[in-house]
Design a protein around this ligand. Structure first.
Ligand code: ZN
Length: 160
């Protein structure tokens, strides 16, 4: 699965979980599941570079965007994003040396768990749907928390 998809869905899942350590662990475990979902990895080096930059940008947004920090003071979204991003860091080794698939450590990379494969268009649709579902669940939680805060502020403003 694309690194960006891991990071965005991991951040959303982390926010939904709400606690940093469980969010990081769930993010890490979700990497296994998402790599097994049928997808198509980039064919070219440039595809990997674009995905890496987009993933990095998503991580920076989750880490730095004030609105996210305000609604998620425990930083569970950031922990979820980092947990789900982490396994793919081992893939960077191939930039420095030739490596056989079996030499990777993560079960979804060394072939222990089969990597799901599908047509590029289907892969894009699957990944966009996954991101859409995860972000809409996170936005729903955000909206509910906002409404709760607003009603609590209204109650305290109305009391003598
Ligand atoms: Zn992976």
């Amino acid at each position: 699965m694309h690194w960006t998809t891991h990071i965005v869905s991991g951040a959303a899942a982390g926010y939904l979980i709400g606690r940093p350590v469980p969010a990081a662990l769930a993010g890490f475990a979700s990497h296994l599941v998402l790599d097994a979902v049928p997808h198509h990895d980039p064919d070219s080096e440039i595809g990997y570079v674009i995905d890496s930059l987009a993933g990095l940008a998503a991580l920076v947004v989750v880490a730095r965007w004030r609105r996210i920090r305000r609604v998620d003071p425990a930083r569970a979204a950031l922990f979820g994003a980092c947990g789900s991003a982490l396994p793919d860091v081992e893939l960077l080794v191939k930039l420095a040396k030739d490596i056989e698939k079996e030499q990777y450590l993560f079960p979804a990379h060394d072939g222990t768990i089969e990597h799901g494969e599908t047509h590029p268009a289907a892969s894009t649709a699957i990944q966009l749907a996954l991101i859409g579902i995860m972000l809409s669940l996170a936005l729903r939680k955000m909206r509910r928390a906002h409404l709760k805060r607003a009603s609590e502020a209204g109650e305290s403003a109305g009391s003598p």
